[in-house]
Design a protein around this ligand. Structure first.
Ligand SMILES: NC(=O)c1ccc[n+]([C@@H]2O[C@H](COP(=O)([O-])OP(=O)(O)OC[C@H]3O[C@@H](n4cnc5c(N)ncnc54)[C@H](OP(=O)(O)O)[C@@H]3O)[C@@H](O)[C@H]2O)c1
Length: 308
């Protein structure tokens, strides 16, 4: 495994994502298999409603003595419904209870917009993430989070936090894949020593609400050619591309076979020609999978991060 320096804490460059991992039995099996294969970095979130499953499996592995807490890198995220300064501490304590942990390695603001849940649906609210950040810093000081960061933030939103931060954001989790390389934001974050975690590294091919017309990694001729050249799969080429661009990535999957395939990426390297060809696949904003526009009122919110 390779690592990056996440605010003084080692983050494995490949982790396991758990968005839409809602079936307890499947996720339990996936996590057990992942730990066996050497995954040590798990990405969850309060809104995924699976922290308790992640916690249960981690506890078993820690109790069995097969892994130490220091070898694990566990990320969770502050839900939009808790994006208020007076809810921050309670939200982390609840996550830690679910995860059965004393601390998380990384705690992220899930997105820069607070939401109220009305009749089961998210409704965007006036938001002050600066006051929230100050409360998150207190959680680092209390030892409940090793590092803190943001997800789905724009450059100017990160800069507003940087201006007031006692503890700088260590990490930015955003969508990046071969078709949506998110270049300006990634370049900015890396220039600030902020680790970038690429979510949706495959463009989430299985997501039911995925927009029609988005490009497919698995049908792309450039990717096919590079896969063939290295005798690797399209997914392996996609992860290798991200890692060689100095990113961390967290593909989600539901089978032992894919878990194995996805971690089997440390025995080959893309050359400059491959990287150049893959860079050429970038389609910019039109290939963004996660624009969150399905949430009524979000696109018009002053803190909507993807304004064009
Ligand atoms: N911060 C945020 O707002 C945010 C947003 C989105 C995602 N994330 C995080 O990032 C993680 C990854 O993103 P994602 O889950 O949306 O998308 P993704 O990792 O790009 O795609 C996951 C999909 O790819 C399939 N897959 C996995 N490995 C494969 C392989 N080797 N070959 C073919 N298909 C494969 C999975 O299928 P099976 O499950 O059927 O195996 C699943 O349908 C999430 O799980 C979550 O932890 C964060």
């Amino acid at each position: 495994m390779l690592y990056q320096n996440n605010g003084g804490n080692k983050i494995p460059v490949l982790g396991l994502g758990t968005f839409l991992s809602n079936d307890e039995e499947i996720l339990t099996n996936v996590l057990n298999e992942a730990f066996k294969l050497g995954y040590r970095h798990i990405d969850t979130a309060t809104v995924y409603k699976n922290e308790h499953v992640v916690g249960k499996v981690i506890k078993e592995w820690l109790l069995s003595g097969q892994v130490n807490r220091e070898d694990l890198f566990i990320t969770t995220k502050l839900a939009p419904s808790s994006l208020y300064e007076d809810r921050v501490e309670e939200a982390l304590k609840t996550s830690l209870e679910n995860l059965q942990l004393d601390y998380v390695d990384l705690w992220l603001i899930h997105m820069p917009v607070a939401m109220k849940i009305v009749d089961g649906k998210p409704v965007p609210q006036p938001t002050d993430f600066i006051s929230v950040w100050k409360k998150m810093e207190e959680q680092v000081e209390a030892g409940r989070a090793k590092t803190i960061g943001v997800s789905n933030f724009s450059i100017s939103q990160i800069q507003r936090i940087q201006k007031i931060a006692k503890i700088q954001p260590a990490n930015l989790q955003v969508e990046v894949n071969v078709f949506f390389q998110n270049r300006e934001l990634v370049k900015f974050a890396l220039s600030q020593n902020i680790v970038v975690v690429a979510y949706g590294p495959l463009g989430n091919p299985g997501m039911a609400t995925r927009r029609e017309g988005l490009p497919s990694l698995f049908e792309n001729e450039v990717v096919k050619k590079i896969s063939k050249k290295h005798s690797k799969t399209a997914a392996q080429v996609a992860f290798r591309f991200l890692i060689q661009k100095n990113l961390v990535t967290i593909p989600k999957c539901s089978s032992a076979e894919r878990l194995k395939e996805n971690i089997n990426i440390f025995d080959f390297e893309l050359d400059q020609e491959d990287i150049k060809s893959l860079e050429g696949l970038d389609r910019g904003d039109e290939a963004r999978v996660f624009d969150m526009s399905f949430i009524p009122g979000l696109v018009d919110h002053p803190e909507y991060p993807y304004k064009k």
